[in-house]
Design a protein around this ligand. Structure first.
Ligand SMILES: Cc1cc2nc3c(=O)[nH]c(=O)nc-3n(C[C@H](O)[C@H](O)[C@H](O)COP(=O)(O)O)c2cc1C
Length: 246
């Protein structure tokens, strides 16, 4: 009998969806997964019809598990539930995940049962759907210091834990313009990402060495990087103004 291909669903919360920096790094990871025949799909919440949760309580009390809205969320939940593994990718927006991703996550409420459980100092809703999904996290940010990922890291870890999933690895890319302007600076990280995607698909985990390589510094002194970023933005602004005048 033919073996079923592993299904990986990646969610990219960027408002720039497949035109952004996050997508470039996400696709390197998925390339590795696809090289061992995983079936990968990227879902962009920014182009899905997702009505914001109104906290009406219907999915908990009146029609358990069913939301009153008829939009793309039913198909998103079904894709999440059918995926063997997932990737959560989001740029850092105001120290958090993107609002498109947050809006999608809030609509996962119907996937939770009304029952609560208190374990290891934390309250959980019991889940109706898939449990124990292995999830990789990828993010990009404009600021050059790694500390810029601190709150997104905490937020996504909490969200994934609430979902009953397990974070198996995280890859963070600061000073994200370098992904496009100086890709040669990131060749080690990009290679590690691809190998990590392969390992993720094969074993559902990512080794420490690949995590270290993928997160290896390529920015240098953040103080100098900030000055360079400022100068390049000022230059772009000047070029734009000149163009307008012409
Ligand atoms: C609304 C908004 C808020 C942002 N906030 C932050 C921030 O708090 N920290 C940071 O380092 N970068 C911030 N950035 C920069 C993005 O994180 C960065 O450009 C990222 O790589 C964009 O990814 P994308 O091209 O996939 O959309 C922000 C960008 C936008 C549009």
């Amino acid at each position: 009998m033919e073996e079923k291909a592993l299904k990986i669903l990646a969610i990219n919360g960027s408002h720039r969806n497949d035109k952004g920096f996050t997508d470039i790094v996400l696709k390197k990871f998925l390339k590795g997964a696809e090289s061992v025949n995983a079936e990968c799909e990227i879902l962009y919440p920014s182009v899905q019809k997702i009505i914001p949760c109104e906290s009406c309580g219907k999915c908990l009390f009146e029609t358990p598990g069913i939301c009153k809205f008829n939009d793309d969320m039913e198909s998103i939940i079904s894709k999440m539930d059918n995926a063997d593994q997932m990737v959560f990718a989001s740029p850092v927006y105001f120290d958090s995940i993107s609002s498109n991703m947050q809006k999608m996550i809030e609509r996962l409420r119907p996937t939770y049962d009304a029952h609560f459980e208190f374990r290891n100092g934390k309250t959980y809703h019991l889940k109706r759907f898939k449990k124990d999904q292995k999830i990789a996290v990828i993010s990009t940010a404009g600021n050059p210091e790694r500390g810029t990922f601190t709150s997104l890291d905490k937020i996504l870890n909490r969200i994934i834990d609430n979902m009953g999933g397990t974070v198996v690895g995280e890859f963070y890319f600061p000073a994200s313009h370098l992904i496009v302007t100086c890709p040669e600076l990131l060749s080690t990280q990009f290679n590690a990402l691809e190998s990590a995607g392969k390992e993720f698909a094969l074993n559902g985990k990512i080794g420490t060495e690949l995590l270290e390589e993928g997160n290896k510094d390529y920015v240098g002194d953040p103080k100098i990087a900030v000055e360079q970023i400022t100068q390049s933005i000022l230059k772009m602004r000047e070029e734009y103004t000149m163009k307008q005048k012409r």
